[in-house]
Design a protein around this ligand. Sequence first.
Ligand code: NAD
Ligand code: DAU
Length: 355
Amino acid sequence: MILVTGGAGFIGSNFVLDWLARSDEGLVNLDRLTYAGNLENLQALADDPRYVFVHGDIGDRALASRLLDEHRPRAIVNFAAESHVDRSIHGPEDFIQTNIVGTFHLLETTRGYWSDLAGRERQRFRFVHVSTDEVYGSLGREDPAFSEAHRYQPNSPYSASKAASDHLVRAYHHTYGLPVLTTNCSNNYGPYHFPEKLIPLMIVNALADKPLPVYGDGQQIRDWLYVSDHCSAIRRVLDAGRPGETYNIGGWNEKPNLDIVLTVCALLDELSPRSDGKPYREQITYVADRPGHDRRYAIDARKIERELGWRPAETFESGMRKTVLWYLDNRQWVRNVQTGAYRAWVEKNYAERGR
Ligand code: NAD
Ligand code: DAU
């Protein structure tokens, strides 16, 4: 079986569901259930004997060690992290604790487990660290996309903490020989995306007749990938990636934020028109920019295509339509995540932006 961390979050829960839909190999999910962890995402697995959920922190070495000894996984896929840039600006400490210190403890625990493995078990063991394109910093409009050789130049507390974790992972390979693989992926979107992030926030705000807050001039560029394509890339890296290597993952879909918001609006105009017949784009509001906002990300995904034969299956158009339909079909899920803590975060993040 494999051990997944952070499997109750957005990408993790998509990965867990896809994994068990495709394979009979069991999966243990270790998740601390922060505000971003949601067991409702995994309700379909409640009676599945191949699936084990464990509530806990990747930094809890005694717990992680016990899990490894008990379940003897052939691989660990580390999704667990604090993931929201705006939250890292308001309060970086949790990012340092989980993304850096937590990853360090998980690496130490894994090293102990792996060192005691022998023969084929030791040979085939893998540690996959799921990271981000944000570690590379910001690109100018004409710059080539980020390759794996691009220098690290993180600009937010979030990306700096992920960069630090990537360096630790790399060092555990270089120094101890731990068979690690690091993936650096671009912006994901799709089902179960927490509505603090751009695309789900725009969908749920539009439907609730609320403003659609675009930071700055809305011309910042992100490179979007449908979440199940990220999951298939991680499975491919786990199966065939070379230990010690890093793989950039992206969908060749660079778009300015404003285009994303307009796409969401157009899809909603078609699939769930406003009762007054007006277009959703009338709800767009320009608000104060994110401090230190990276202008452009773009992923050069040629290495993973060349070496591992991976390409995304979804186009931007098909992925966005699926995503909007998912939110229209899952309004109770949205209501359930919009707790008091969620409302407090929205108030904190947007009140001071002059909404
Ligand atoms: P998320 O915030 O939706 O989920 C994070 C999960 O980790 C949650 O279930 C949370 O409870 C859990 N967690 C947090 N701290 C933990 C701890 N100390 N111990 C155990 N569990 C803990 O994040 P996501 O968007 O699903 O991202 C998953 C990973 O992918 C992250 O490492 C992120 O950096 C990376 N990534 C995300 C994107 C994206 O667009 N969302 C893109 C590239 C890479
Ligand atoms: O690039 C990969 C990264 O993508 C991941 O590592 C992060 O975990 C993930 O959160 C995401 O980071 P971003 O900061 O790019 O995502 P977010 O959805 O927060 O913002 C996307 C863009 O939209 C960004 O330029 C900021 C802008 N934005 C965001 C929000 C929430 C707005 O204009 N308005 C908003 O209300």
